[in-house]
Write a protein that binds this ligand. Structure first.
Ligand SMILES: [Zn+2]
Length: 144
């Protein structure tokens, strides 16, 4: 995953940034645990054959469109749909598509669109530092 280079913390932010780094590592570990605990898509949602998530990342002010990417979640993947915020220093942020995807599967919905903003905290503080626009397509197994 690419990390934007625009942010260069000054000396004033140094200590805060170090604490952020520590939190970041802890968060990565926590995410890993959650991911393992979430189970496989094939186990949780046997009716699903493929989940395709297309995301466009937006970073306000400096570089509005940061990147876009498409992620395929195959049945062999973990049923974990929490995308990291692309800002490395962001704490407790990210984009959680779990409830959207669960809802879609519940209603056998094939596609949806929406937007999410990151609610994590960054240094220096910025209330609206990142957001995504997403398009989700889910393919279901044909009924036998
Ligand atoms: Zn964030």
């Amino acid at each position: 995953m690419e990390v934007p280079l625009q942010y260069k913390g000054g000396l004033l932010h140094f200590e805060g940034a170090m604490a952020h780094k520590q939190n970041y590592l802890e968060r990565m570990e926590r995410n890993k645990q959650q991911k393992l605990a979430s189970g496989l898509i094939s186990e949780r949602f046997p009716e699903v054959s493929d989940i395709i998530v297309h995301m466009t990342y937006y970073q306000t002010a400096i570089n509005p469109v940061l990147m876009s990417r498409t992620i395929n979640f195959w049945p062999t993947h973990h049923a974990y749909f929490n995308m990291d915020c692309m800002k490395k220093d962001c704490v407790d942020g990210g984009f959680d598509l779990t409830s959207v995807i669960h809802d879609m599967i519940k209603h056998q919905q094939k596609s949806t669109k929406g937007k999410l903003s990151c609610n994590g905290s960054v240094i220096p503080p910025a209330s609206d530092h990142a957001s995504i626009a997403y398009e989700i397509t889910i393919k279901y197994n044909k009924k036998k």
